[in-house]
Design a protein around this ligand. Sequence first.
Ligand SMILES: [Zn+2]
Ligand SMILES: [Zn+2]
Length: 107
Amino acid sequence: MLKTKTYGVGRICIVDGCGTLLSAYNPSGVCALHGGAWQDDFHRSSRKSSQREETTRRCAFEPCAREFMTTNPAKKYCSDACRMRAFQARVMGARRMGDLRGARRAS
Ligand SMILES: [Zn+2]
Ligand SMILES: [Zn+2]
């Protein structure tokens, strides 16, 4: 008969002053409360190390020029909307110049 693995009964949380009786199925030496807190700490610090520092930038789309926070040094616009509008303005400007050149050549 298969016996569920247990880690012993009668153990208490190793955190000072806690004294919570541990479940026999709890592989760690701390209660659920303290185990969770440790996990949170671990996740927080690992997230912090992989995250770049936030910097304040100004939107490169001049009519907007809104300040925004970003961790991406390549990000130039505060939002996708501004990025699209700036891109469209650039395309329209290029097209207008092209039209002028074409018109001059034609006349
Ligand atoms: Zn505890
Ligand atoms: Zn913007």
